[in-house]
Design a protein. Structure first.
Length: 317
């Protein structure tokens, strides 16, 4: 069963929580056009709220799924199925406000409050410290921003977004108004509303992900197929979505060692999944010319899985 409720960014980020963007998600993609639109909406919302009207602005949905493996330690952990681009952008904006207020009003300790409330789990260390864990390709750049490392604000999309917001804060800050940046911060954490959709382990997360792909930056059918493959990878370990990637690719490139037997089994499983995908797509294009792969996917997939299970049980695969 899927549960949905309207909430604010403050409610999403406050508390001891961690949001993990799975490996199958795209890297951060927002460019200047999307950032500018969001910034304009936030400034308009801030101005509306100055007259005593506690209005809000809806920014979309956030779809969360439980992790395949529970993580001990008192941290509520969620996989971000949809909405990771918005969530990443808003936390980068909060990081920019944190650093700007640290520079302009260090005595107020407003930056420290933003950092501890919205960006990190203050009393957790290691993997559980940062509240949002992006997909593998963005983690180093994002962590540099959140941890205020010397190379924050690099040339990738994460760095570009952070620098964009720093520039906008410089432009809009009124020296005669000591509360203008604080008002923008309040509008972000209290005035931006979103629908938080929580799924259960038995829900078809891939189907939910696909059906929500009608807003934002469109995914290609190749993206959807890739997402399906990675959603079916073996699920074990402390960080199930990156274990396979780290062991089979990163470590293999570094060491060129003979893989472990457990890894060989995972590779064989992935190979079978890839063969299944290729077979399904080929079948659709051969017998249903011009069809939308993802529309015809459920029927052909169910038939292919039955065939794969039969061949596997017969030791053919």
């Amino acid at each position: 069963m899927v549960a949905a409720q309207e909430t604010t960014l403050q409610d999403v980020l406050e508390g001891t929580k961690q949001y993990i963007v799975p490996l199958y998600q795209r890297p951060y993609q927002w460019g200047k056009a999307q950032l500018q639109d969001l910034w304009n909406d936030i400034i308009e919302l801030t101005e509306d709220r100055q007259g005593g009207d506690r209005s809000s602005h809806f920014i979309g949905s956030l779809v969360l799924a439980p992790p395949p493996v529970s993580v001990a330690g008192g941290v509520a952990t969620f996989l971000v199925v949809d909405g990771q681009q918005r969530l990443t952008t808003l936390t980068l904006l909060l990081a920019a406000i944190r650093d700007y207020r640290d520079e302009k009003e260090p005595e107020a300790e407003a930056g420290i409050e933003i950092h501890n409330r919205f960006l990190v789990n203050q009393y957790k260390k290691g993997r559980q410290h940062i509240k949002l864990v992006p997909t593998q390709a963005d983690r180093a750049s994002y962590a540099a921003v959140i941890r205020k490392l010397p190379h924050l604000g690099g040339t990738d999309r994460i760095g570009e977004a952070y620098r964009f917001f720093r520039t906008q804060l410089e432009k809009i800050d009124d020296p005669e108004d000591p509360n203008d940046i604080a008002n923008i911060q309040d509008a972000i954490v209290e005035g931006l509303s979103l629908v938080s959709i929580s799924t259960h382990p038995q829900d078809n997360v891939h189907r939910i992900f696909q059906s929500l792909n009608n807003t934002g930056l469109k995914l290609t059918q190749g993206d959807l197929l890739r997402n399906y493959i990675f959603m079916r990878l073996p699920e074990n370990g402390d960080d199930p979505m990156i274990e396979y990637f780290n062991e089979s690719y990163l470590e293999g490139e570094k060491t060129r060692r003979r893989p472990k037997k457990s890894l060989v089994k995972k590779q064989q499983s992935l190979f079978r999944e890839m063969c299944l995908v290729i077979f399904v797509v080929w079948t659709i294009f051969m017998f249903c010319p011009g069809a939308d792969v993802m529309t015809e996917w459920p029927y052909f997939l169910s038939q292919s899985i039955t065939l794969m299970e039969y061949l596997s049980d017969s030791d053919v695969l």
